[in-house]
Design a protein around this ligand. Structure first.
Ligand SMILES: NC(=O)c1ccc[n+]([C@@H]2O[C@H](COP(=O)([O-])OP(=O)(O)OC[C@H]3O[C@@H](n4cnc5c(N)ncnc54)[C@H](OP(=O)(O)O)[C@@H]3O)[C@@H](O)[C@H]2O)c1
Length: 368
């Protein structure tokens, strides 16, 4: 049986991963689960894992860690064939890095690590024999659409538009945290929900796809598609467009990455022809400024690193009620102004130094 370690098991992707494992009993043995602070659910998950053996006292063999240290992360990674990274934000990079260093099969829902360090992770993976498989629906859709002989001219990532699709800047001025968390088509954790509302999520995905599949940034387009049925499109040199269409159910993408390349029959009911309409419109980069920055600064290697570092801080502040929704953009712009023209990092270590410097500088600003 293949062994698996699940980082971030108590979150949205973590819980859905456990559902997928339950649907395929006997295929994977979970050796470890981690969370940040939800100790009750973590313990409960470890006890109720499908197909796991229990000690005679009814306790689980599965190791559990709250906020694992780098040594604990490396030790857990060492015991598993498959590493699932469902930790949000920059902190997920530690999991991706440990998995790739150890030559494992990394399934990363964490788009942030792939967006800022995907190239470095792939270089390292080429040396260690690690595999990197995306769980993010848009990146997975591109992965599933690209075939060996396909000659592609460009790709399009779809975007539901989030809870504020069609809003003007004036309308965004007074939106609340609750409104921003209420994503219309996906039920996700708080960080990625806010990123979907600002469309910063989409910019991170553009870099994720760029880094994973070597597609030039100027050939990666974004379109608003409110139904969230089409997850990505590939435009071929022959003038055809291939779309990846599924229900908006992350279990499909988790199962695909777990089983790649051989795919089992989908165990969940598929609603065929549930909707007849599919809309595609252009996002408004003046209101959702993240797309404007992508156009302006996309080619600057510092841009995704600064965006990601500042965004982690800004989202935390927004969720605590310390920043308005539009304040997220203003705050990030301060970081872009200060760090965009620094010498870009040539190594992963230099990237980590730049990230830490930005985080330290702007965390200090936050001290009362
Ligand atoms: N949810 C989706 O549908 C979806 C879709 C595509 C991509 N993603 C990506 O998947 C990742 C996870 O998203 P999610 O929605 O599953 O998040 P989530 O619901 O907030 O869950 C996050 C998980 O990671 C743990 N965690 C949080 N911060 C941590 C930290 N600093 N160090 C260690 N563990 C930490 C949490 O533990 P506690 O429960 O103890 O806080 C929880 O187990 C994100 O990068 C997101 O962009 C998510």
């Amino acid at each position: 049986m293949k062994t698996l370690a699940l980082f971030g098991s108590t979150g949205s992707i973590g819980k859905q991963t456990l559902e997928v494992l339950r649907a395929f009993p006997g295929e994977f043995e979970v050796v470890g689960l981690t969370a940040l602070k939800n100790t009750d659910l973590l313990t409960e998950q470890a006890k109720s894992l499908p197909g796991q053996s229990l000690h005679p006292q009814g306790t689980s063999h599965v190791q559990t860690f709250l906020a694992p240290t780098s040594a604990q992360t490396a030790a857990l990674v060492a015991q598993a064939d498959f590493i699932i990274n469902a930790v949000p934000g920059f902190d997920g990079l530690a999991v991706s890095l440990a998995a790739v260093r150890a030559g494992k099969i990394l399934l990363s829902a964490n788009k942030e690590s792939l967006a800022i360090a995907g190239k470095f992770l792939r270089e390292l993976a080429a040396k260690t024999g690690a595999q990197i498989r995306p769980l993010d629906s848009e990146a997975s859709a591109i992965w599933q659409l690209l075939t060996e002989h396909e000659q592609i001219s460009s790709v399009t990532l779809t975007c539901s538009g989030g809870p504020f699709r069609g809003f003007t800047r004036e309308q965004l001025a007074n939106v609340t945290v609750e409104q921003a968390l209420a994503h219309p088509t996906w039920k996700m954790g708080p960080k990625v929900s806010i990123d979907s509302a600002t469309l910063i999520n989409k910019v991170l995905e553009v870099y994720e796809v760029h880094n994973l599949f070597d597609i030039p940034l100027h050939d990666i387009h974004v379109t608003i598609h409110p139904q969230s049925m089409v997850h990505s499109m590939v435009h071929t040199k022959t003038g055809a467009t291939k779309m990846h269409i599924t229900q908006n159910d992350m279990r499909l993408f988790i199962s695909y990455a777990l089983h790649y390349p051989e795919q089992p029959e989908c165990p969940w009911p598929i609603e065929r022809a549930r909707r007849s309409e599919m809309d595609f419109t252009q996002p408004d980069p003046e209101t959702f400024r993240s797309l404007h920055w992508l156009k302006l600064h996309g080619g600057n290697p510092n841009f995704p690193i600064i965006l990601n570092a500042m965004n982690d801080l800004a989202v935390a502040r927004f969720l605590r009620g310390e920043l308005s929704f539009l304040g997220i953009y203003d705050f990030i712009e301060e970081g872009l102004e200060r760090y965009l023209w620094r010498k870009p990092p040539a190594t992963l270590d230099e990237l980590l130094v730049l990230h830490d410097e930005i985080t330290e500088a702007f965390s200090k600003i936050l001290q009362p």
